[in-house]
Design a protein around this ligand. Structure first.
Ligand SMILES: [Zn+2]
Length: 304
């Protein structure tokens, strides 16, 4: 081979190398953009060699779209996939989707978070507009005047302080403020705390809800008698991390990954942990101690 030919080969190899490197860098940026999970890329990646895992995340105007701390954005399908129900109106327990196996989702603020990041409670009679969007009707076993509207600060899985709302029985209001104060101090994470409407309570199941709540005008699961929730005398904490389990029935239906109570993950109520201790401090037993079934999310005044 002559010198000219050889140098031409060298030039082609060099060109190919440069092209390959360019492709590799492009692929790398794609991958890191994907890992940032739907974070809008307003600025192009500056350097592919820069580690992205330790880089501080930019706050976007929509907190739902990004990761914050150890929490990730909700998968886009959350709350949208209706499960097929059998003749008895319930859906079968399902394998937990990978995105929810270690569920740690950013809280979307529905009420203004505490400006100083500290715990703030409010207790008042139930405003008419709140009652109207709740599941309360005259058929419920508690008078609206015997309920209280609570707002309390809570710690999200994102580590931030948020404000949640609860309807509770008037005689439990002060005790529950104390419970949520303790949970906040202990940094016990809660994903969402808001009042459900009758339509939400009775709507078709998606099996992936995770709303912490107290009053809900409904019967005991599988029975005709009123649940303690219908009196505002029971609280469910992080239902997804703390499912109800009786035989083949798991609620929420997609929360089967959390039946393994030996695998302790954030937001779970566990024997003698912060959640169980906080409710025990006001004398409320835990559904995780039931023998005939397990209701890990459930705490109530009378143990029922
Ligand atoms: Zn409950």
């Amino acid at each position: 081979m002559g010198m000219v030919w050889r140098s031409r080969v060298r030039a082609v190899v060099l060109l190919l190398l440069v092209a390959c490197l360019g492709l590799a860098v492009a692929a790398c940026s794609e991958a890191s953009a994907g890992a940032r999970s739907r974070q809008p890329s307003a600025t192009p990646p500056t350097s592919a060699a820069q580690p992205t895992s330790s880089a501080p995340r930019v706050e976007s105007p929509s907190p739902a779209a990004t990761s914050v701390g150890n929490a990730t954005a909700a998968p886009p399908w959350l709350g949208t996939r209706v499960l097929p129900v059998g003749p008895d109106g319930s859906a079968k327990a399902q394998t937990t989707p990978p995105e929810l196996r270690d569920r740690s989702i950013v809280t979307v603020d529905e009420l203004p978070p505490p400006a100083d990041g500290r715990f703030h409670p409010t207790v008042r009679t139930v405003p008419a507009d709140v009652l109207a969007r709740s599941s309360w009707t005259k058929a419920c076993p508690v008078a609206a005047t015997d309920l209280r509207y609570l707002t309390v600060s809570f710690r999200g899985f994102d580590g931030l302080a948020h404000t949640g709302e609860l309807l509770v029985n008037a005689r439990a209001a002060d005790g529950l403020v104390s419970v949520f104060r303790q949970l906040f101090s202990a940094n016990f994470p809660i994903e969402r705390m808001r009042i459900s409407s009758a339509a939400e309570l009775n709507g078709p199941p998606t099996g992936d809800g995770n709303t912490t709540e107290a009053f809900a005008c409904r019967p005991v699961r599988g029975q005709k008698s009123w649940s303690q929730h219908a009196y505002g005398l029971a609280v469910d904490i992080n239902p997804f991390q703390n499912p109800y389990h009786k035989g083949q029935v798991v609620l929420p239906e997609l929360a089967t990954a959390y039946l393994d109570r030996g695998d302790a993950r954030p937001g779970m109520a566990q024997p003698n942990n912060a959640a169980v201790r906080a409710f025990a401090s006001i004398g409320w037993p835990w559904g995780g101690d039931y023998r005939s079934l397990k209701d890990y999310m459930h705490f109530s005044a009378n143990g029922g």
